[in-house]
Design a protein around this ligand. Structure first.
Ligand code: THU
Length: 129
C-alpha cells in the first residue's frame, strides 16, 4: 500500500487513542507480507506501566491473526514522534528483511527509514537458535 494511504489510516487510528494521562494521540498503520493492513492507537492505563503504544497494538493485532512479517509501518503523531525502544524491540521480532518505517507528523513531514537503520544490531529470534 502507498505511504499516503497508510498515513491516512494511521492518522484516523490516532483519533481512537485512549490517553487521558498523557493526552498524546499516536496512530500506527502497518502492512504485512501478504498485503494485510492493521492499525493501532496508544491505550493508556491508570497503572501507567499498563500503557501500550500504538505500534505494539497494531503489531499484536497482526500477529494474533498469524501475520508474522511486517513490511511497512507508518507512525503518526502531531509532532512526529519516533517509535520507542520497546516498540522497536517488538518490531525486530516480526520485521521482514526490508521493513520500512515511516514517521509522519501533522505538517506532512515524513522520515522514511529502514528498520535496520532505526535499530542496528537488534536482538532477534536468530540469536536464540
Ligand atoms: N507512545 C506510543 O504510542 N508510541 C511510541 O512509540 C511512543 C509513546 C504513547 C504511549 C503513551 O500513551 C504516550 O505515547 C506518551 O508516552
Amino acid at each position: 500500500m502507498e505511504s499516503k494511504q497508510l498515513r491516512t489510516l494511521a492518522l484516523e487510528a490516532s483519533k481512537n487513542a485512549y490517553s487521558p494521562y498523557s493526552k498524546a494521540h499516536v496512530g500506527c498503520a502497518l502492512e504485512t507480507s501478504d498485503g494485510s493492513i492493521y492499525t493501532g492507537c496508544n491505550i493508556e492505563n491508570a497503572s501507567y506501566g499498563g500503557t501500550i503504544c500504538a505500534e505494539r497494538v497494531a503489531i499484536l493485532k497482526a500477529v494474533s491473526d498469524k501475520k508474522m512479517k511486517l513490511t511497512k509501518i507508518y507512525v503518526y503523531t502531531k509532532e512526529g514522534w519516533p517509535p520507542c525502544g520497546m516498540c522497536r524491540q517488538v518490531m525486530s521480532e516480526f520485521a521482514a528483511d526490508n521493513l520500512e518505517v515511516i514517521i509522519g507528523n501533522e505538517a506532512g513531514v515524513e522520515n522514511k527509514i529502514k528498520f535496520s537503520d532505526l535499530m542496528p544490531l537488534s536482538f532477534t529470534p536468530d540469536h536464540l537458535v
